[in-house]
Design a protein around this ligand. Structure first.
Ligand code: SDX
Length: 388
């Protein structure tokens, strides 16, 4: 549980770090935030409480949680200039591009937060501010893409219910609860690609807006957070081709074809992703509650069953990951496919911020500057043009 990993070839992976935020055991499919099993947090907690836990390391008292909820809700507006920037993006702009740009652009409106050494109070303020304002940016970009006026944040609503209300002008308690569980499940995940990016950017003492914007960009990739959108596109393709999952499985096994079964496999989990198990149960509950009969869920379950019995997948320990079922719930909640990865950002934000804070408070932390194994030309002398 030290965080340092010795690679097969004996190299200590200097890209790793020590961290006290999240513990993963990939072989056993274990995920804990600050020691608390993800299963208990998903069942008993809520997203802002989990955000506090990740950031401060302990579950909040009632008073701490109430103050924190009020503080996050107080960031219920975006700077006017930023609203204008968001409204000028084309309606077809991918929400991740809007989110990354708008988050970095916050640095233009909060110039007092650009210093290289934020105080403890700054870090507290920035945590609540980004949780509040990134939620606004996601909702605004959706309303803009639909040609709809923005809906103001309602601080009397819970975090997830306020988000859904800003998106659709209404929000059912059960649906908000389902979203809250999804956000909890996405809140942190050790040194994944985007969290590592946040650590790399943060290690140069870049401001928090630039740092989080870097995490958003890394998450966009289809091999990482972009997989939740790619899963739905893959399931739609299977449905449109007649619903036969077998073909997708065969395609995923074709070594010549770079196609991968989206939502399957993981760099760390060589067992079931514990989050996928929870989301699969949530899927059934939410779709039943909403009276949604989505053929994509049937296809997904069929694909999972076949893959888990297929020698290629079993041998490579390829199981469904967090992205395999999450998109089906987002779709049932009315969230458009191209926004699924933006939803992943909303969930992962507290994890990125917690790891950034941990890095910035580590007196031993240095700028991230990995080395390489040089494989290029040995020394040689310059040749004049006429000699080449
Ligand atoms: C997330 O790191 C995190 O924690 C990320 C994340 C988080 O919360 O931050 O958990 C979120 O990003 C989850 C992953 C979402 N991505 C996808 O679902 C995309 C599809 N999955 C794959 O692209 C892939 O599984 C990766 C990228 C996730 C992992 O890729 P690796 O590191 O190449 O996997 P591997 O080394 O374990 O592969 C072993 C073998 C290889 O074949 P061989 O060379 O042994 O013949 O399995 C094959 C791979 O080609 N393989 C797949 C596959 N994933 C791996 N074959 C078909 N379909 C797949 N999905």
């Amino acid at each position: 549980e030290t965080g340092f990993i010795t690679l097969d070839n004996g190299f200590v992976n200097t890209g790793s770090c020590t961290s006290a935020v999240t513990f993963l055991n990939g072989e056993k499919g274990i995920l804990r935030y600050r020691g608390y099993p993800i299963e208990q947090l998903a069942e008993k907690s809520n997203f802002l409480e989990v955000s506090w836990l990740l950031y401060y390391g302990e579950l909040p008292t009632k008073a701490q949680l109430e103050n924190f909820e009020k503080k996050v809700a107080s960031f219920n507006k975006l700077p006017e200039g930023l609203e204008t920037i968001i409204s000028t993006f084309p309606k077809t702009a991918h929400p991740m591009g809007v989110l990354s740009s708008a988050t970095a652009a916050l640095s233009a409106y909060y110039q007092d937060h650009l210093g290289p050494n934020p105080t403890d109070n700054d870090k507290e303020e920035l945590f609540a501010q980004l949780l509040g304002q990134v939620k606004l940016i996601v909702a605004r970009s959706y309303r803009n893409s639909q040609g709809l006026d923005p809906i103001e944040s309602d601080s009397s609503l819970s975090y997830s219910k306020d988000f859904l209300n800003m998106m659709f002008g209404e929000a059912d308690d059960e649906v908000a609860k389902a979203l809250d569980v999804l956000l909890i499940l996405h809140a942190d995940h050790e040194q994944n690609c985007s969290a590592s990016t946040v650590r790399v950017v943060g290690s140069s003492h870049a401001n928090i807006f630039a740092t989080i914007s870097g995490g958003i960009d890394a998450l966009w990739g289809q091999l990482h957070g972009g997989a939740n959108q790619a899963v739905l596109e893959m399931l739609e393709e299977i449905k449109n081709a007649g619903g036969d999952a077998e073909k997708a499985l065969e395609k995923a096994k074709d070594k010549e074809d770079p196609f991968k079964l989206m939502g399957f496999g993981h760099r760390v989990y060589k067992n079931f992703d514990p989050r996928a198990k929870i989301i699969k149960v949530q899927c059934d509950k939410v779709l039943e509650k909403l009276n949604v009969n989505d053929p994509l869920l049937t296809i997904a379950k069929g694909l999972e069953k076949q893959a888990l019995e297929d020698e290629y997948f079993v041998k490579r320990k390829l199981y469904p990951n967090v992205d395999f079922y999450s998109g089906i719930i987002y779709k049932a909640l009315g969230i458009p496919t191209n926004m699924f990865t933006a939803m992943f950002v909303l969930g992962r934000l507290p994890g990125w911020m917690s790891q950034w804070k941990e890095l910035r408070e580590d007196p031993a932390a240095k700028i991230c500057r990995p080395r390489q194994i040089y494989t290029g030309a040995t020394e040689r002398n310059y040749k004049d043009l006429g000699e080449r």
